[in-house]
Design a protein around this ligand. Structure first.
Ligand code: CP
Ligand code: NVA
Length: 304
């Protein structure tokens, strides 16, 4: 089990491996759009454990595994013994003895770590309270498709210092870009992550200043899954942090903006930007499919 490769964080792969995976995702997207047969993994089974809601992640993993010739199985705590207190470690031993790869969306990051430590097959983090690395594969693919290499560029995160923001900190390190974060005081990302990456990541509280010189501006919901009861309080505190045309006017003139979705028009992003004809947000969402097919292929081959 100890030499099984997992994808719990962008730090689990080297910068070179991540770059190769993005190129492979672009290639697999082209093949898919050309109608090529991509069924390289007949009979392989993906177990998908969702303790939180999802549209993009579920559809992209399930469709992706079908396109690779395998099968995906949706498992929720409500319908499995996971929701009745069976230990994660026991569940990992049993589930991994029956499937070839597992993805998990859950709350505490320790849950995916404990599952992976007791799994005999690769485990993918499909979002925890701390990180959302699969989304970053799609975001980086989208950047590369539209602009080429992101190395040396300047990215600005506007909003909550949440799982997406923290994944951007890891991405800054692995893909070699500068990251400026604008968040309300008290909503900064993890202090240890900031300290470990202070050579390329800065935090401040003024979005209009933070986006100056930005090539890419990224935001996300103000209240993440599990924080629903904080929604109203956060909406007031985060109001000055909306990504809109006025804010984008302070960034570089050809700057792109991204949002992992689902979005709340009129909160963290304006309707005008969401509905702009030239937004890359829909490419970003679609690329979840292609990036995760490349990820599953990489992990299945590495552990075959
Ligand atoms: N961006 C993302 O992960 O979307 P879902 O919550 O719909 O999976
Ligand atoms: N930060 C959001 C991302 C959703 C894809 C959440 O965790 O709910």
């Amino acid at each position: 089990m100890s030499d099984t490769r997992h994808f719990l964080s962008l730090l689990d792969f080297s910068p070179a491996e991540l770059g190769q995976m993005i190129q492979r995702a672009i290639e697999m997207k082209r093949e898919h759009l050309e109608g090529r047969d991509q069924r390289s993994f007949p009979g392989k089974v993906l177990g998908m454990i969702f303790a939180k809601s999802s549209t993009r992640t579920r559809v992209s993993f399930e469709a992706g595994m079908a396109q690779l010739g395998g099968h995906a199985m949706f498992l929720s705590p409500q319908d499995t013994q996971l929701g009745r207190g069976e230990p994660i470690e026991d569940s990992a031993r049993v589930i991994s003895s029956m499937v070839d790869i597992v993805m998990i969306r859950t709350f505490g990051h320790d849950i995916v770590e404990r599952f992976a430590a007791h799994s005999s097959v690769p485990v993918i983090n499909a979002l925890t309270d701390d990180l959302h690395p699969c989304q970053l594969l799609a975001d980086m693919q989208t950047w590369v498709e539209h602009r080429g290499s992101i190395a040396g560029k300047r990215v600005c995160w506007v909003g909550d210092g949440n799982n997406m923001c923290q994944s951007y900190i890891n991405a800054a390190r692995q893909f070699d870009f500068e990251l400026s974060i604008a968040c309300p005081p008290g909503f900064e990302p993890d202090a240890h992550m900031l300290e470990a990456n202070r050579d390329r990541v800065q935090v401040q509280h003024q979005p209009a200043r933070a986006v100056v010189g930005a090539d890419l501006v990224v935001t996300d919901v103000w209240a993440s899954m599990g924080q629903e009861e904080e929604q109203q309080e956060r909406a007031a505190l985060f109001a000055p942090y909306q990504v809109n045309a006025e804010l984008m006017s302070h960034a570089n003139s050809d700057a792109l903006y991204m949002h992992c979705l689902p979005a709340h028009r009129g909160e963290e992003i304006s309707a005008e930007l969401m509905d702009a004809s030239d937004t890359v947000i829909w490419d970003e969402a679609e690329n979840r499919l292609h990036a995760q097919k490349a990820l599953m292929e990489t992990l299945l081959l590495a552990n075959s």
